[in-house]
Ligand binder design. Structure first.
Ligand code: ZN
Length: 396
């Protein structure tokens, strides 16, 4: 089995690498998907036999027991490989994801917590979808009269997990990675007295506006290059208002909020406020989506509950699927086509293929992908009284 090395990586790179779409494109039915909480700060993980290793062994053996002979042999092989991997070296991160299939072995070491979870069959990208959503990057543009900074922040539920700072290269009006040697110098404007005062002030204001305009274009370009879709603008009110106004239209729509920040304030002091703004933004997005689902507000309405959602997916009618993160449901899925149902049936009504039982969380991402639909995971229990899942429909 070819092994891809698990380097210690930044979460931004990891989220790009652990692409659910790429894993779904494997299009396999015999994949072992394993996610382990390897957090080294937990006492149970510090023992000579860490808890995650015991958990993985027991989970994989329990799987194997329930499978027919050929499959059992395969899963036991994966289990041996996982055991050897976990014995060879302690994973350095707080979480580990492993995807194993014939000729495939992919590992991702996460700097953030991951829950223990094991699935076999269709590739299980549910935990990756959640990580991508939970750590969606927010760009923070801090702007003052004569200096600016751009930060890209991966915010967890309660903490900033990772920041990357960019500074403005005034020669080319581009944001580049890394901290500037000293950012307050170079563009300062000295005071002046005398009869020329008004003219001078007007010229200074003109310069400031030109500066903000360049910042706005540079920020728009940086966001596009970084693929960041959410922007928070901070600074004194006159600055934030002006820069938001000067942003090109597609970027202006990405502005989540503006926050008032005194000049030269340290990022660590601003971070908590940005985190709170981002938390509110997430809650608002989720509330709007739930309202649309319950209020039948998709372009062609909406459906609620698992069976109606599966039927809409089979008709390729789905724009957005939303499901509780803790959705726990079994479905029967066709081994030949993509038909899936919650009803007890032996044969596929569409193609006559054999139906197999699978987890809804393994089937929904596959069907969402073939619908080119977005799959959004909601907080625990959000749609529980509607069967834990729903979909916004597109016009066919
Ligand atoms: Zn079928």
């Amino acid at each position: 089995m070819a092994q891809e090395p698990a380097e210690r990586a930044r979460i931004s790179e990891l989220l790009r690498a652990a692409d659910p779409d790429g894993l779904l494109a494997l299009d396999r039915r015999q994949v072992l998907s394993l996610h382990l909480d390897t957090d080294p700060t937990r006492p149970e993980n510090q023992r000579s036999e860490p808890a995650y290793r015991i958990w993985a062994r027991q989970a994989l053996h329990a799987f194997a027991e329930s499978l027919p002979k050929e499959e059992r042999r395969r899963v036991m092989e994966f289990a041996d490989h996982v055991e050897a991997r976990l014995r060879s070296e302690r994973p350095r991160g707080r979480g580990l994801s492993v995807y194993a299939a014939d000729g495939v072995w992919k590992e991702f070491v996460w700097p953030v917590p991951v829950e223990n979870r094991a699935r076999y069959g269709l590739v299980d990208v549910w935990p990756l979808l959640w990580l991508r959503q939970a750590y969606t990057p927010y760009a923070v543009l801090l702007v003052h009269r004569d200096h600016t900074r751009l930060l890209v922040s991966h915010l967890g539920e309660a903490a900033v997990v990772e920041d990357e700072e960019f500074h403005l290269d005034a020669q080319h009006w581009r944001f580049t990675a890394g901290k500037p040697p000293s950012f307050a110098k170079g563009m300062g404007m000295s005071s002046s007295r005398g009869a020329q005062r008004d003219v001078y002030d007007a010229r200074v204001e003109d310069n400031v506006r030109r500066f903000w305009s360049s910042v706005a274009s540079a920020a728009a370009r940086a966001l596009e290059e970084l693929g960041v879709q959410r922007l928070i603008v901070g600074g004194p009110q006159e600055g934030t208002a002006a820069v938001v106004d000067l942003l090109p239209e597609p970027t202006r729509r990405l502005v989540v909020a503006t926050v008032s920040v005194p000049p030269l304030e340290e990022w660590r002091h601003i971070r908590d406020r940005v985190l709170e703004v981002a938390r509110q933004d997430r809650a608002r997005r989720e509330a709007e989506l739930v309202e649309a689902l319950v209020g039948n507000a998709g372009p062609a309405g909406s459906v609620l509950d698992l069976e109606s959602t599966l039927q809409a997916l089979a008709r390729r009618q789905v724009l957005t699927v939303a499901a509780d993160r803790d959705l726990a449901a079994r479905v029967r899925t066709c081994t030949v086509c993509e038909f899936a149902t919650t009803n007890p049936a032996e044969r596929c009504p569409t193609c006559g293929g054999v139906l197999q039982e699978a987890d809804a969380t393994q089937v929904l991402p596959v069907l969402a992908r073939s619908n080119r639909a977005e799959l959004v995971l909601l907080s625990e229990g959000t749609l529980r009284r509607h069967g834990g899942v729903g979909a916004l429909l597109r016009f066919s």
